[in-house]
Every structure is written in structure tokens, then in C-alpha cells.
Design a protein around this ligand. Sequence first.
Ligand code: ADP
Length: 624
Amino acid sequence: MATQTTPGSETFEYRAEMKQLLHLIIDSLYTHKDIFLRELISNASDALNKVQFRLLTDRDILQSDAERRIDIRGDKNENTLRILDSGIGMTREDLIDQIGTVASSGTVAFVEEMKASGKTIDAQMIGQFGVGFYSAFMVADRITIETRNAESDGQGYRWTSDGSGTFTIEEIERGDRGTEVTLHLKDDASEFAEIWKLKEVIRRYSNFVDFPIHVDGEKVNTVRALWHKGKSEIEEEELTEFYKFISSDFNDPLGHLHLHLEGRVDFRALLFVPKRAPRDLFREDYKYGLHLYSSNVFIQDDCKSLLPDYLRFIRGVVDTEDLPLNISREVTQQSQAMAKIQHALTGKILDLLKTWALDEPDKYAAFFREFGTLFKTGLGTDFSNRDELIELLRYESTKTEKGVYTSLEQYVDRMQSAQKEIYYLLGDSRSSAEKNPNLEYFKKNDLEVLLLLDPVDVFTVTSLPKYKDHEVKSIEKADLDLKMEKKSKEALSKHEQKKLIERFKSILSDRIEDIVVSRRLVDSAVTLVVGKAGMDAQVERMMRMMDEQFSGSKKVLEINMGHPLIRNLATLREKGSRDRLVELSILQLFEGALLVDGSLSAPSDFVSRMTELMEDATASTPQD
Ligand code: ADP
């Protein structure tokens, strides 16, 4: 192909993160070098898909009758590798914006995060965000792209870079639509100029590409969509490679679903549950969606309307004959057929998860650990599958080891005969939750408490008022049904208790909703619980994080009348001696409970009172 360079080329700088990213890719992927070929072929295939989609409604493009195919050529003498496609091509802006920048802001954020924390990145991690075009610099010390956009009045461009800091763009004469990428191979990558090597690498996934691939003129693929094969015809390894091809993930998938449904709606689907949650799963620019095909023709690769949001981690392909061929993206979103497919897919995915939960609990736990946070949000959005979702919930509890889950069903099976309610405690880590004094009563009486340690639980638990007729209740609420008797040591008389509570009230009056005798404490002297209308401590912590002015509602202070310190205070009060000490102790007890709760706003008063108490205690030691 004759190309003539016009004078005048422009040089651009990469964004600073680009270089870092490149180093990262090279360092972490050196054992998976051939990844780059998958990335380039996938780009070529995307570009061909775009042309094919465009041609459905518009034939007024450059070379509208040109065969849509990919050509790969190795040249041992020049030590080069060329990948050509007759796809949509790129404009000058595309070259600057798409090739000259990092794919997603998530990638940049991730690189910076890792750098700041001094951590190293391995291939597993890098696989989570897709390395794209730049991975070709692993094997090439210079790359040239020649391209012309499919618009009939498009212009040809040449992009060149050695990947180190700048790239150059110039106008060229180019007759053909599409893109030609030339890699000037590094010495230690010269095998990628060898035909046998190229064939070997490409064969692994060439059958997932919807267009013929020719290696040095020889066609190497059959172009028969994998999802059109019968279940028994597909090898496990083929599925794994297909998953990696469409998702750019390095890990094998955790599991898959192969569907062929006929009836109210006809479609075939190959769906995958990844092993790892991608880093950007919760970012706004997370690119999700299934690849949608209509009668074997690619429509789009990010079709969101096929999945509810809480299942957005699922990867895969859906092919249906129920859509009109000249369909636009907007139409797919509203179509009846799409809604029906979404409904069917959701049901099948939940069935798959249910099967794992029953037959392969470890696999299910691995799934839940990665995707549970997102999955639980379905409770608040997918009311038609509520019952299924509730059965699929998993939590740690005081009866599980750290990191081990229980289902609500298992919890209920273990409930004591007198126990009516399901108890939970919100917390931000297992260790801090386990130290919560409100747990003491439950430990003492061998009552299981679910530990809700995921930040999202604060919101999702509100969608779970009941399970199988058992109310689901926070143990931080004051209105628990605590029937079991607590054996306390020589509790104070009713009269003494009343007087002591009055003394507490006189000191704390305006800072507290009420003061009551505790039925739940065993080892601690006091604890704070939430009044009828109040919020859990964890919810308040969240509110305070979002709004510094947020003050929360007043709490109820519970006093353990069997605790030695409380009995001492009662004695001192009775004798009317050391009034200051009693007052300081009451304030310390209250503010100490606030501290444990994470809601002590002025720690300096607390500390100076503590100093005063210690001074008092050290001065009065009789032996000295
Ligand atoms: P990704 O494919 O994940 O978007 P890449 O870095 O591989 O990331 O490619 C960036 C973008 O460059 C693509 O999204 C596409 O817009 C453009 N591009 C790359 N290769 C081609 C090609 N052969 N034809 C047309 N556009 C391409």
C-alpha cells in the first residue's frame, strides 16, 4: 500500500501516569507476554463490529462492500508484526484521546493508590482493569498506526511512538478504510514475527472473533459463535479462554451459565461470574453490560438493560432473534424482548447462585466475599426476587469463625427454643464488634448475634425487618425481648438502685434520654443503647461521616447493678462521702461509653478528668 507522508507532523506528550502504567504493564505481565495480541485482535474485532453495526442502517461509508476481516503478518527479516483490519478506523481526535490516554480514570486512580501505599502490582491485579493497546509495548520498541476513518470524506493518519513519553501524528494519503498497526519488535520478542507462533497464540481465541482472521494469508478460524454450540460440544478450556477474551480478565471465571431459552422469548447466552471483583465496580464510570448480538450480528458490548444493577459484575454474551435487525441502542433499552430477557437471566443467575450455596458452599462464600456488597443492594431494588435474595444473604456471626458466613436459615435452625428474635450488631470490624459491651448478655446466654460488618449493611438491613416470622433486631436497641435471667452477683436493693439512678440523672440529666437498670450487661459497668426512635451507633457514625454537624439522638444509659464499681459508687453515695469522686466517676463512665460508641466529641475533658482521678488514686495509696 503506497502511502505518502505529507510534511508537518505534530508531537504530543503522554499524560504523566501513562509512563508509570507502561512500566507496570511491562513489569507485571512479562510472563504473559502474548496478552498483547489478544488485546490488538480484540480492538480490530471491535472496530469491525462497529462498521457492521453502522452498515445495518447506513451504506454511505467508505468501501461499504469491502470484506470485513483481520489480517496478521509477520516479517522475520524486518522483525515486525502487522495487524490490519477493515474496521471503523480512527480520526485524529480518536488517536489523541483513545490511544494517547489511559483507558479509564479508574486505572489512573489505581496506579496512584498503589504507588502511594508502596505496594507492588502483579498480573492478577492488572488483569482487573484491562491493559489494552499499550500492552503491545511489552514486545515492541516502536509502534506505528496507520488508519482512516470510515466516513466517506475521512482522512488518513499515521501515529508513531516508542512508548516512552511522546507520540507523533501526521496526515497521510490512505485509500483503505480501517487500521494497520505495525509493531517493531524488540529483540527478545522476535518470535512474534514467526508464523507458527502467531498461529499458536491466535488459535486459542480466534474462534471467538466474529470475522475471519488470516495469518499470512491463511484463514485460521471458523467464525462460529461459541454460544451456538451445544453444551457437550464446548470444552471447559474453550469457555475459560472465551471468558478471558471478552472480559480481559487474567483469572479463570468462578463459574458460568450456558443458556438456550425458547418460549416467551428466544435467546442464547453464555454468562460468567468472575473470580475477582474489578477495582472499579463501584465507580461511576464502571463499564458494564453484556455483549448483545441480534441473530449473530454484534449490536453492542455494554448492554446494561440485560441485567439489574446489582448483578452488574456478570460478564458474557446474549444472542437473540427477537430484536429487529436495524435496532438502535435506544430501542434496545425500551424493548419488551429485552425486559423479558433480563427477567429470565436474573432468574437463572439466582438459580445458579442458589445451587452453589447448597452444593458448593465454599464457592458461594468466595462469590459472596467478592460481590456480596453489591449483591445485597438488590434487596432494596429487586422486589420480585426478594425471597430468593434473602436466602442468599450471608453474614458472620458470634457463632462463626472470623471470615466464615452463616445464612439466615442456618441461624434460625440454631435458635434457642425460647428465642423469638434474630439479633444483629452493626460494626466496622469483627474485632471491634466483638468487644461491644451490648454483646455480653448474648454471650452469657449463648444467644447468637449476626455481625454486620459491611458498610452497606447499615442500609440493606433496613429492608429486612423479618425472616420467617422472626423479627430481625439490632442488639443496640432498648426494646429487646430479653427474657433470659442474668445471674448477677449480689445486686443492689431496689431502693439503692433507685437512689443511684437519681444521682446519675442529676449529673447527666440533659445529655441522656433515660437511665435504666441493665439486663444485658455482664462484665461492663455501663453501656449506651438506642432509645425507641434512635439510630444504631454504626448508622450514626455514617451520618457523622457525611455531615460533621450531625449530632445524633440522645441515648439510654444502662447500668450494671452487679458491677463492683457501681456497688462502690452506691456505697459512697449512701455515706455521702467523696462527692467529687462519685461525680467524676459517673461522668467518666458515661463518656467512656460514648468513646466506645465512637461518639465522644470532646476527648480533652475526658482526659483531664481521668488525670484528676489518677492523681486522687495515687495520692491515697496507704502503703506509700
Ligand atoms: P480498550 O480497547 O479497552 O478501549 P485500548 O487501549 O485497547 O482500550 O484501545 C483504546 C481505544 O482505541 C479503543 O477503545 C478504540 O476506540 C481505539 N482503537 C484501538 N484500536 C483500534 C482499531 N484497530 N480500530 C479502531 N479503533 C481502535
